[in-house]
Ligand binder design. Structure first.
Ligand SMILES: Cc1cc2nc3c(=O)[nH]c(=O)nc-3n(C[C@H](O)[C@H](O)[C@H](O)COP(=O)(O)O)c2cc1C
Length: 645
């Protein structure tokens, strides 16, 4: 079990209550790819198409391989018909002189994707710093920046030897500064003369340098106004900058891509995500940031008024955004007496001792009614959640959760966790493996309604351990699996669902359920009346889009269906028909559960539907009634098929 470190600085608490009005939006995707970058840009809804666009990046020092590579940024740059823009450096190296810089740019592959302009190749220009600046009255930037009317400030977020970290504000200040401008920033206005720069740096207090970067960045932000977008990629996160020819190896895992119209909020979110990541792996970067007073740039920038440290992180992945706070679940002590008086109209109730064995953390129970439909208020302390469990029933059954206070999550096996805030309702069908509980940093309360049914019982399963819990609530549900299991199941027994779950678990596949837009009647006879003409007419039935499913990620897809009159259930037929293009080039394999008829025509029909879109592996039928006794056969089938060359 991974130990997490509780992180909540006083600064974080203060900023949560500071600032005027709304927090700035910061968009997030885990998808570090050309696609992810486009998605992040589009989320900002500030189209730059048709403008003369400058894309400001760091082209990276010779010997450094951490910079944003042309393969990653090419699609975005080209879709905007943008020029890549850069400035020469103020230190001796492969990018100080234009000629050497051009060679490095060529070596790093940027000429292949766009025209690259060194903005201070011919001249520099002076722009005013924001009102309230205390070190710099003006900023000296590469003059060519003025030739553009659309700007993408595209940052590689990582550590920096002098600034602690480098993100949007550094790219705007040092990155856009001419050589003399860089000298001015580094010395907090003491000299523009490169020859005197290092001597003057020695006399410049670190905080003054950091504040000067904030002032210079503000000058460029003010100059660009609403013509700019800011995007940061958190990959190859070394403690050293791309300007370092021999950077330390990254210790932290890649995080994702963030985008905002507010460069201060963007940098703040990146810094928070460093602090929220694995404490051991981020230790050296945190140390560097703190030692160099890196985060102080955010305080000064906010003071100058061109951005805010308060932000709302919005996921573009259809999941929850990552948590920007670390929690040590085991170290926290909570008391419901500390909750505000009007927290919820439903009382917290008594400690849920009877079920404590099935919970991680403390929960409380309040009985609302025991008549007609039994209903309870369940209150979870922060980070408390129940074990994986299944509500079983012969007919009907399941549970409805209605969030009444706080913030929490509901997760079905194999699916991303769903955030629950007051008013959010979740319908849990019988037979579905799931858990629910509080967010790491919030109490959570829901009403639980027991849906009437016959032969009802609860099956309590394994706890949700800290690692799985934090991954789920942080939206890190990306398993990296190349295999998906996609199924339809109708009966209350969920035979095909059980088969699908078993197969997915065995081969570590991602699991997705097909649900019709209009569900079939839950009554067997009525369902038969609805389904019979569809099956015999080989008709389709409209299905809902599957949340979080991106078929392009997989190279193997299992499909599961019950046998309905010797054919596949119509929702599966619909799904296959609608996704033939997306299945191109993959391996697919059908499994089926039946009531005694065996495979019948189901496999054949599936193969006909797929046609030559994908490679179809031999299908297999399992008897529905004994499916739970056949785990081994299901597992063997799963491994054998996925190992097929
Ligand atoms: C509408 C309908 C038609 C069915 N037709 C057949 C059939 O022709 N042959 C068969 O062996 N089983 C048939 N069955 C039984 C199901 O295939 C079997 O119970 C299956 O395991 C149910 O899967 P599920 O629990 O995932 O819905 C039918 C069931 C239904 C509801």
């Amino acid at each position: 079990m991974k130990k997490a470190l509780f992180f909540s600085t006083l600064m974080g608490i203060l900023t949560a209550f500071a600032g005027d009005g709304e927090p700035s939006n910061v968009y997030f995707t885990h998808d570090i790819s050309p696609n992810g970058l486009m998605k992040a840009y589009k989320a900002l809804n500030r189209p730059l198409e048709g403008k003369k666009v400058a894309v400001k990046i760091s082209t990276g020092e010779a010997g450094n391989n951490h910079y944003l590579h042309p393969e990653l940024i090419g699609d975005l740059v080209q879709s905007l018909k943008g020029d890549i823009v850069e400035c020469n450096t103020a230190y001796a190296g492969s990018r100080m002189k234009t000629k050497d810089h051009r060679e490095t740019i060529e070596d790093h592959g940027f000429n292949a994707i766009a025209k690259v302009v060194i903005m201070d190749e011919f001249e520099e220009t002076e722009i005013p710093t924001p009102k309230g600046s205390v070190h710099l009255k003006s900023d000296l930037i590469g003059a060519a920046l003025k030739n553009y009317d659309g700007f993408v400030i595209l940052n590689h977020f990582k550590g920096h030897q002098m600034g602690g970290f480098g993100g949007a504000l550094k790219n705007l200040s040092i990155g856009c500064g001419s050589s003399r401008g860089k000298s001015r920033i580094h010395t907090a206005g003491r000299t523009d003369d490169l020859d005197k720069m290092w001597a003057k740096i020695a006399e410049t207090p670190q905080a003054d340098f950091i504040e000067s970067m904030a002032e210079a960045a503000g000058a460029v932000v003010d100059f660009m106004g609403d013509r700019a977008v800011y995007i940061s990629v958190m990959n190859n996160i070394s403690i050293d900058c791309d300007c370092n020819g021999h950077p330390a190896k990254p210790e932290m895992a890649d995080v994702g891509i963030l985008a905002s119209l507010d460069p201060v909020a963007l940098d703040k979110a990146c810094v928070d995500l460093v602090y929220a990541s694995d404490p051991e792996k981020s230790a050296s970067l945190r140390e560097r940031m703190e030692k160099q007073l890196g985060p102080h740039i955010l305080d000064h920038a906010e003071k100058l008024g061109y951005g805010k440290k308060t932000y709302k992180l919005i996921s573009l992945d259809g999941t929850n955004p990552p948590s920007t706070k670390r929690v040590d679940i085991n170290d926290m002590k909570y008391d419901p007496k500390d909750l505000p008086e009007n927290w919820s109209p439903i009382p917290v109730g008594e400690p849920n001792d009877a079920y404590a064995q099935y919970f991680t953390g403390k929960s409380y129970l309040y009985s609302l009614t025991k008549e007609q439909v039994p209903a309870f208020g369940v209150t979870f302390e922060p980070a408390c959640r129940n074990n994986w469990h299944i509500h079983k029933a012969k007919t009907g059954g399941g549970q409805i959760l209605i969030c009444t206070a706080g913030r929490g999550f509901y997760q079905e096996w194999g699916k991303p966790a769903v955030e629950m805030t007051p008013g959010i309702t979740v319908n849990i069908p019988a037979g579905v493996k799931h858990w629910h509980g509080a967010a790491p940093d919030s109490w959570f309360q829901h009403i639980a309604l027991e849906v009437p049914g016959t032969e009802q019982s609860n099956e309590w399963l394994e706890p949700v351990d800290d690692e799985a819990y934090l991954k789920a609530v942080n939206g890190e549900n990306e398993t990296g699996s190349k295999t998906a299991v996609i199924y339809f199941s109708w009966s209350p027994d969920g035979n095909t669902r059980f088969a699908a779950e078993t197969i997915a678990k065995k081969v570590g596949a991602d699991l997705f359920e097909i649900t019709p837009e209009k569900p079939y009647s839950t009554d067997f006879k009525a369902c038969c009346d609805e389904a019979n003409p569809e099956c015999y007419g080989k008709k389709t039935r409209a299905v809902k889009p599957i949340e979080g499913l991106d078929l392009s990620k997989y190279d193997f897809v299992f499909f599961g269906t019950p046998n309905w009159w010797g054919t596949m259930a119509p929702p599966l037929r619909t799904f296959v028909k609608e996704n033939l293009d997306a299945l191109k080039g993959k391996k697919v394999c059908l499994f089926q559960t039946h009531g005694g008829g065996g495979m019948q025509r189901v496999g054949e029909e599936f193969e006909e539907e797929i046609g030559d879109a994908a490679t179809v592996l031999p299908p297999k039928a399992f008897t529905g009634a004994t499916i739970r006794e056949n785990v081994q056969a299901l597992e063997e089938f799963a491994t054998e098929r996925t190992n097929t060359k």
